[in-house]
Design a protein around this ligand. Sequence first.
Ligand code: 0RA
Length: 682
Amino acid sequence: MTEENTTLTQTTKQEAPVKDAFLPEASDILENSEITEIHRHHTDPDYSAGNIRVLEGMEAVRKRPGMYIGGTGQAGLHHLVWEVVDNSIDEALAGHASVIVLNMYEDGSISVFDDGRGIPTDIQEQTGKSAMEVIFTVLHSGGKFDKKSYKYSGGLHGVGISVVNALSEWTEVKVWRDGSIFEQSFRRGEKYSEMTVTEGDDRTGTYIRFKPDAEIFPETEFSYEILAKRLRELAFLNKGIKIILRNKALRKCYSFEYAGGISSFVEFLNESKNPIFKDVITFTKEKDGIEVDVAISYNDSYAEQFFAFVNNVNTIDGGTHVVGFRSALTKVFNKYLKENPDILGKNKGKVDDIKFITDDTREGIIAVLSIRVPEPQFEGQTKGKLGNPEVRGIVDQIVNEELYDYFEQNPSIARPVMEKVLLSMQAREAAQKAREITRRKTALEGGGLPGKLADCSEKDPAKSELFIVEGNSAGGSAKQGRDRRTQAILPLRGKILNVEKTRLERVLNSDTIRDLINAIGTNIGKDDFDIEKARYHKIIIMTDADVDGAHIRTLLLTFFFRYMPQIIEKGYLYAAQPPLYKLKRGKVERYAYSDEEKDKLLAEVFENSDKVVLQRYKGLGEMNPEQLWETTMNPETRTLKKIRADDETEADRIFSILMGEKVEPRRNFITTYAKQVRNLDI
Ligand code: 0RA
C-alpha cells in the first residue's frame, strides 16, 4: 500500500555482474545509449500489392489497441515489454537462452536482449520476405514460427511481436545467428528499412528495441519499479534464468537470478517474518503434461500470503489449480493428524473430534504454486482465473502425495506445522464465539452504530464521508466544524490495536475496532465482509501532523490493509492533510501544508516581514472548528491523499516490517529507506 507520494518500492542499486555474462555486442547494447540510429539503411516503405493486406492488419491493431493489449494505460504500455520478454523467456525455458537484458533509454525506448537462437531470418519462398520481417509485420504470424510445444510463458500475452511493432513509433531488431548479424527497422508496424546482413561470429541472440507510440499511449514512460517487480517475479518463476534491468539515466541496475526458483521466492517473502521452521517445503512433479511446482513456509503471523501462477501468469482470482491445492493441503493435515495423534499430547484420545477446514491451513502460510499447462484457459474479466477442469485433480493428487511424503520424511517440520494449524483451528472456534457475542452485543446496542459516531444525514454512501479522528478534542472541533449533511465524525479514543500482532478474536474484542467496523458497516472477515454495505465512499483518516499522528495512521492503515483491503482497492480510503503552520500578519492569514510552502508564503506573501506571527500546529485540537473546516475538511479547499494498494507483495512486506515483531529487518529497513518512509513515520 502506498500513499500517493510515498515510495515503498525497493530501489536498491545493485551493480550487476554483467561483464562475465555472454552478451553479443555487449558494449553496444549495454553501454551505448545512442543506438537509436535507425536511419542507417533507409528505404521508403514498400507499398507493393503484397503489403496492403499487411498494413490492414497493423491498422486494426492501431485502431483498437485495447483488443490486443487490454488498454492504452500503464498496464497496456508495459504489456508491450512483457510481450517481448515472454518470447525471450520461452527461448530460455526451451534451454537455448540463459540471460535476458532489458535496457531503458533516455529517449523513452526500451530494449530486450536474449542470448537464444535468434529469430529466424531465412527468406520464405511464397512471400520472398524474411521470416523476421513477417514476424514483425504480420498479425498472428508468431504461431507459424513458434514451437508450440514450449510456448509455456505468458498465456495472457502471446499476441505476437507484430503488435508491439504496430504500437511503437519505431522498432529496431538485431539478430545474431548462422554466423551473421541481421538488422532491420520498422515504423508504426511498417517496414522502414530492408534487412541487412553483415558478418558475425558463432554467437547467437536477439535484440529488440522499440519506442512506444505517443499517438497511441497517453503516457509513454516505462516505470522502473513495475518492470523490476515483474522481472524479479519472472526470475523466481523461471529458476536459473538471469534477468538484468538497467536504466543508465537513473543509474539503476538490477540483476535477478535465483537458483532456488520459487523456494527463493518464499524466502524473499519470509524476509520480514519469523518462520516456524527454517527450510522451505518444496517439491516439483509432472503428470499428464502438467508441471506442478510448490514452495511452502509457515511463520508466526496470522496473515496468509499465497501466490498462484500458471505459465508465469499470476492468477489473482485463483481457479482450478488453487482449488486443488487447498483441498490437498487440508486433506494432508487431517490425514497426518489421524496417523500421528500423539501430536495432541494428553488429548490424543480426542483425535476423532478434530477436523481441519481449509481456513485452518492458511494462517501464517507463505506459499507459491507455479504450474505449467500446455493450453491454459484463462477466465474472468481480468483473465486472472484458471478454468481447465483437468488441472484440479492433478494438482490435488500431486500436492497430496508429495506433501504427505515430505511430512513423513521430515517430522521435525511436520510437527510445528501441525501445531500451528491446530492453534488456528482453536482460534477459529474462539473467533466464531466472539463474533456471536459481537452480533448479540450489537443487537443489544440497537442499530449497531457506535455511540461516539456523529453520523451525517445523507443516506447515499456515494455522497457520504466518514472522518476518523484521533483524540476527543479534535473530534469535538470536527463535529462542530463539519458539514453535517454529508460528513460523519468518528472520534477514536485510546489506543488502536496493532492488528499485525493480534489474532482475529482479540481484534474483534477491541471497542475501538468494533466502533470502526460498525460505523463503516461492511463487517469484516472472508465470508462476512460486504463492500456493498459500506456506508461511506470516502473514509478519511484525520490525524495530527506529528509522529504520534503518523503512528496512529499507520496502525489504521494496517487494519484496513489486513481486514478491509477492498476498501482500499475501491479507492474509498484517504488521509486528510491538515496544515503545519498558520501565518498571520494583521488581517492576512494563510496556512502552509509543508515547510517549503511556509517559506514560499513568507517570501512571496509576507515579504519576510518580521511582524509575521508563525504558529506551528502540533495537533488538530489546536484549531478551532472553523479553522479545521477551512483547512482540512471543506471539500472545496482541502487536499486529500488517496491511499492506494498497487503493490500488494511489496506493501505486505513493508507492513510486516514496520508493524510486525521482528526488530532487525525493521531497523535495517528504517535506516536504509529512511527517506521513502518519512511519510509513514513509525
Ligand atoms: C521462432 C523460432 C525459433 C526462435 C524464435 C522464434 C525466437 C524468437 C524470439 C523473440 C525474442 N527472442 C527470440 N528467440 C527466438 C527457433 C529457430 C531455430 O530453430 O533456430
